[in-house]
Design a binder for this molecule. Sequence first.
Ligand code: SF4
Length: 370
Amino acid sequence: MGDKSGIEWTDATWNPVVGCSIVSPGCTHCYAMAQAARIERMTPATHYAGTTQPSKAGPVWTGRLALAPEHILTAPLRWKRPRRIFVNSMGDLFHEAFQDDWIDRVFAVMALAPQHTFQVLTKRASRMRDYIGACVETFHASPDGMEERFADHCGEILSMPTNEAATIFERVDWPLKNVWLGVSAEDQVRADERIPQLLATPAAIRFVSAEPLLGPIDFTRIRRFPTVDREYLHALAGRCWTDQTGLANPDPDWAFPGCRFSDGSRGLDWIIVGGESGPKARPMHPGWARSIRDQCAAAGVPFFFKQWGSFRPAIEGEQDWLIVDSSGEWDLPDHGWPEETQVAMVQRNKRRADRLLDGCTHDGMPGGPA
Ligand code: SF4
């Protein structure tokens, strides 16, 4: 579907592929699962059919994935006014079961619509790195090979003569300038797993969406290799460091053009933070959001505070508050106003919870004020 989006950091959503499977704790209350089931109920013949099945806990993914029909796949080509477009709110483009051929078609459309900015977000960071890295390497080794590969897809999905499409792809540089690549990371474990992969992926803009934020994240201390102690990335400043020697050697695997990490000093370009919404939402401790805001400010990286979600800090006079501690556990108060690392939060639906963090909105975007 190509729809005006209610997501604060984009203008429209576009779902060229649909379907997914649970990958980490951030997926537990996946909005897309429920939405896919709803679409199938309303339109049984849709390409969403069979992507979910009922369970006692509500709809769950079946593992069936589908490429959208052609009119959806090519929709951005008909949108003339430039938009920021969130790619795939109803699945994960880099899901291990999507064929490269499908991903190629999505990238062919993005290459043919340079008027738009496409925001691709995944939890499968290593597949994204492999796919994009291979595209960039192939392009630098043999631009003709890439022209042919993507021109063929244009012939298939757009009925465009291959030679006409090849002329367009002659002018396309990889990584695509109008495509931002991001990973979701809900806590430090997932940040350690996915951010090193993202930083090794060539892209015009690289970003992290920490939503739903389920624990603190220290972007200045990302474990460089999960199995190696005391080697870290300062993912915002773009450098490696060790407990022992300070600066570490650049990783030779990060030599893709467009990465520029370590020797060229290029870290993350944008961080989004948001709490979880929905009836079973888990609260986001305000200290986690404040810490990321402050890390971004210190590094000069744009910070976007998307939402509190279903829980926001209580304000004076509100009676129905809960105690949330710094690990995210919450309980009804059995004593007075919380102290130290505990905070009082109230559960509200998203519309009533606001987007203010300590009284300020944070709408930082790459290319805009941080
Ligand atoms: S990766 Fe995204 S779409 Fe897939 S299950 Fe997780 S939250 Fe849902």
